[in-house]
Design a protein around this ligand. Structure first.
Ligand code: NDP
Ligand code: 2IT
Length: 446
């Protein structure tokens, strides 16, 4: 088996040189899915995984724009249209200086499996630019978004490719992108998700990823007769996903001890109150400031500059910032300090060595493609509401989200149950694969 996996990975890596994040994502899937393919004759010999790792289309384009000093700036924009076997391409846009093709291909690849797990008809895609919105004025961000969309608009559409937000792309950016698309196409359609609720957005979409992570982690805990009540939770990040994961943890009576950004973490020994969490939201969403500013209002809190939060004693860790933010040594520290459960809010935040360590120590571990699928799931519900020209209530969407997360948990149990342990990584990879593979088989060699 090892030989088959290695020869597959050798072929993929020779074609995708200098793409470490993409190879990392492919390696994990290959290790789980190839043994399954070999055991299941209908998939064997069809080169399905080799087809899945090859994007259907990759777009790369110049984004030129003028900053507030009237200087011309040039960024690189991308859209990776990875797989459309079960639905139109669907996935977020990331604006961050470290965006490159490797990062977007890993994200688009993960998105295929994640979207399949949601049970909704969505293919996999991802896009973005190496643009850094930090420190830019609203008008600079608007000009950048307009320039970006002036190229992207010809490649997307409500039945073709439906982008949404990701790191650095929130409701402000979705607004500017949508406005420009509508102007260029002279059409009001559900081409982006994460829209404002007065112009076609779905209730609960802003909360969906963070709530979904907690719903999934709650299912993992329940499966072991446990719950969030009184648990100490450490969260990394303080963006969209982290904020609403924290909010849901508080409503389940857990203690959220920490949140972070790329400049360090803030630690509240007794856990954040609702008011304190609102203050973080205000700093991040309205002032667009740094997490450190929290200390001005709450001086008893501890701020650790340029440090990751994994050394804080906790029961549950929810990494909600970015890829590879939780390494082998972080995993060792967490486990040593008593952490027994990890739910990934970000995409691929744990390195392969960290995941292996969690596995060996029988830590409940939920991979992002299962546990953070709530965001794209509610995006799928936004698309459904746009098609119906109707909108569901908060309660209706939240209930659907909860059910989707519970169903993803069930799929992971079906494909990932081992003797006295659930391997959620294997469960998510195989369950996500099966639906897409079946569609690809039915649709012939395309
Ligand atoms: P935001 O832009 O709202 O927030 C990102 C947070 O992560 C910020 O606190 C940011 O800090 C921190 N961060 C980003 N890059 C780094 C880095 N290199 N090192 C340390 N911290 C970093 O993004 P989201 O909350 O939307 O996304 C967070 C993660 O969740 C990403 O992995 C994303 O792919 C994933 N995700 C998002 C979904 C969504 O619906 N938004 C859905 C599913 C997954 P700083 O401000 O200092 O950069
Ligand atoms: O990683 C993700 O799933 C997202 N950024 C959300 C994608 C979406 O289309 O809502």
């Amino acid at each position: 088996m090892e030989k088959i996996i290695n020869s597959f990975l050798k072929e993929v890596s020779s074609r995708n040189q200098n793409e470490p994040e993409f190879m990392q994502a492919v390696t994990e899937v290959a290790e789980n899915v190839i043994p399954y393919i070999v055991q299941n004759k209908i998939y064997y010999g069809q080169n399905i995984l080799l087809r899945m790792v090859e994007p259907e289309r990759v777009l790369s384009f110049r984004v030129a724009w003028i900053d507030d000093n009237e200087e011309i700036q040039v960024n690189r924009g991308y859209r990776v249209e990875m797989n459309s076997a079960i639905g139109p391409y669907k996935g977020g846009l990331r604006f961050h200086p470290n965006v490159n093709l490797s990062v977007l291909k890993f994200l688009a690849f993960e998105q295929i499996f994640k979207n399949s797990l949601t049970t909704l008809p969505m293919g996999g895609g991802k896009g973005g630019a190496d643009f850094d919105p930090k420190g830019r004025s609203d008008t600079e961000v608007m000009r950048f978004c307009q320039s970006f969309m002036t190229e992207l608009f010809r490649h997307i559409g409500p039945n073709r490719d439906i982008p949404a937000g990701d790191i650095g792309v929130g409701s402000r950016e979705i607004g500017y992108l949508f406005g420009q698309y509508k102007r260029l196409k002279n059409e009001f359609t559900g081409v982006l998700t994460g829209k404002g609720t007065s112009w076609g957005g779905s209730l609960i979409r802003p909360e969906a990823t963070g709530y979904g992570v907690v719903y999934f982690t709650e299912k993992m805990l329940e499966n072991q007769g446990n719950s969030f009540k009184n648990k100490k939770v450490v969260i990394s990040g303080s963006g969209n996903v982290a904020q609403f994961a924290a909010e849901k943890c508080l409503s389940l009576n857990a203690k959220v001890l920490c949140m972070s950004d790329s400049s360090g973490y803030i630690y509240e020994k007794e856990g954040f109150s609702k008011e304190q969490l609102s203050h973080i939201m205000e700093i991040k969403n309205i002032k667009r400031g740094r997490i450190q500013e929290y200390q001005k209002k709450y001086p008893k809190a501890i701020f650790e500059a340029n440090k990751k939060p994994w050394g804080i004693v906790c029961d549950i860790a929810l990494p909600c910032a970015t890829q590879n933010e939780l390494t082998f040594s972080d995993a060792k520290l967490l486990v040593k300090n008593g952490c027994f459960c990890v739910g990934e809010g970000a995409n691929m935040p744990s390195t392969p060595e960290a995941i292996k360590f969690f596995y060996e120590n029988k830590i409940f571990f939920a991979p992002g493609k299962a546990s953070n699928a709530g965001g794209v799931a509610v995006s799928g519900l936004e698309m459904a509401q746009n098609s119906l020209r109707y909108s569901w209530s908060r309660k209706e969407v939240d209930e659907k989200l909860k059910k989707i997360m519970a169903d993803i948990h069930k799929s992971c149990l079906e494909f990932g149950s081992e003797k006295e342990y659930v391997n959620y990584v294997k469960g998510a990879n195989i369950a996500g694969f099966v639906k897409v593979a079946e569609a690809m088989l039915a649709q012939g060699v395309v």
